[in-house]
Design a protein around this ligand. Structure first.
Ligand code: NAD
Ligand code: IPM
Ligand code: MN
Length: 351
């Protein structure tokens, strides 16, 4: 049996609560499906930054380059500026390992009412495909004239033909394997110069995928349509920033940001891919054992799928569905009183 080596980076805040929960689920499902998992845990975090002056060691990427996958909790905590923690850990991994596809599925589950009256279980089941290494998160820019009345912040958005084409192709292929419908999130009224370029490339790649019908929506109108008619979407491809915003909105539509998973994929498999919940470190609830672990657990299921175990991955997502539809166990974000540990144990019972 091939052993999969997983790099665990719990990170900050509730990351340190939901990653162990995901590991308990992984261990349970691995035992039942004859999968061998071995973990190496890395304490890279804001706490490490405060003690040692860096979020991770200088050779951090080399320490995890050889792993089969990375499972991450969340990065960022009050006491360390976000630009320091994020540029010091999360972003270097996504970029260094060319994880240019960020896959963020969402579903409205039976038993978890959406805040939207019209969003019923089964109707809402779509994926945001987020460009994950360039776009609005460009590295060119900075702050000028700090502290002066002229103080200015500039940042260049960088969209490359290669970068856009590869994520758009991934989205078209994903759509071809689902319902054959793709929506491109854009802002092409000519105001944002990069977006007509994005649109041209989507049209170019669309012509090569005749089995997929696609359209493009302005991001502002699209945000409204997510709320008014979320059931009409299947695969939504978006730039780095637009995809970030749409994925939190999608998670809220499904009832809680605590549910939503993400896979930061390097499709060529030259480097390890990274799996992490969409949410952050949630300092407001950290340390109280009340975080919803489902986003991390669903992310771990996506990891199993990526490692070649779709049946084990399906067992986990099925158990999530059963837990929510047949029991009243809920963490507080879903209106219940269960702790992270109780919720996780309830899920494991169903595996
Ligand atoms: P957040 O996602 O941490 O929290 C937003 C709200 O959602 C909070 O009220 C929180 O309590 C709630 N929430 C989030 N996850 C939950 C869960 N699993 N169960 C129950 N409730 C949950 O976003 P934020 O407050 O904007 O950011 C906090 C910190 O996390 C910042 O430092 C930010 O930069 C960082 N962050 C990191 C990542 C990442 O590592 N990928 C993602 C988002 C935010
Ligand atoms: C996410 C987060 C990050 C992002 C932040 C913390 C940099 O919001 O993973 O969604 O925008 O990529
Ligand atoms: Mn986000």
């Amino acid at each position: 049996m091939k052993e999969h080596r997983i790099a665990l980076i719990p990170g900050d805040g509730i990351g340190t609560e939901v990653v162990p929960a995901a590991c308990r689920v992984l261990d349970a499902v691995a035992a039942r499906h004859g999968i061998a998992l071995a973990y190496d845990t890395f304490d890279w975090s804001c706490e490490r930054y405060l003690a040692e002056g860096a979020m991770m060691p200088a050779d951090g990427l080399d320490l995890i380059r050889g792993h089969d996958a990375i499972l991450l909790g969340a990065v960022g905590y009050p006491g360390v500026p976000d630009h320091v923690s994020l540029w010091g850990l999360l972003i270097p991994i996504r970029r260094g390992f060319q994880q240019y596809v960020n896959l963020r599925p969402i579903r409205v589950f039976e038993g978890v009412p959406s805040p939207l009256r019209e969003a019923r279980p089964g109707d809402v089941d779509f994926v945001v495909v987020r460009e994950n290494v360039e776009g609005e998160y460009g590295e060119i820019g900075g702050r000028l004239y700090r502290g002066l009345p002229e103080e200015t912040a500039v940042q260049e958005a960088v969209f490359t033909r290669k970068g856009v084409t590869r994520v758009v192709d991934h989205a078209f292929e994903l759509a071809a394997g689902r319902s054959g419908r793709l929506t491109s999130a854009t802002k092409s009224n000519g105001i944002v110069h990069t977006m007509p370029f994005w649109d041209e490339l989507v049209a170019e790649r669309g012509a090569l995928h005749p089995g997929v019908t696609w359209d493009q929506e302005h991001i502002d109108a699209l945000a409204a349509k997510f709320v008014l008619d979320p059931g009409r979407f299947d695969v939504v491809v978006a730039s780095n920033l637009f995809g970030d915003i749409l994925s939190d909105l999608a998670a809220a539509i499904a009832g809680s940001i605590g549910i939503a998973p993400a896979a930061n994929l390097n499709p060529e498999r030259d480097f390890p891919s990274m799996f992490e919940p969409v949410h952050g470190s949630a300092p407001d609830i950290a340390g109280r054992g009340m975080a919803n672990p489902l986003g991390a657990i669903w992310s771990a299921a996506m990891m199993l799928d990526h490692l070649g175990h779709p049946e084990a991955a399906g067992a986990v997502t099925d158990a999530i569905g059963t837990l929510l539809s047949t029991t009243r166990l809920r963490t507080p974000d879903l209106g219940g009183t269960a702790t992270t540990a109780e919720f996780t144990a309830g899920l494991i019972d169903l595996l």
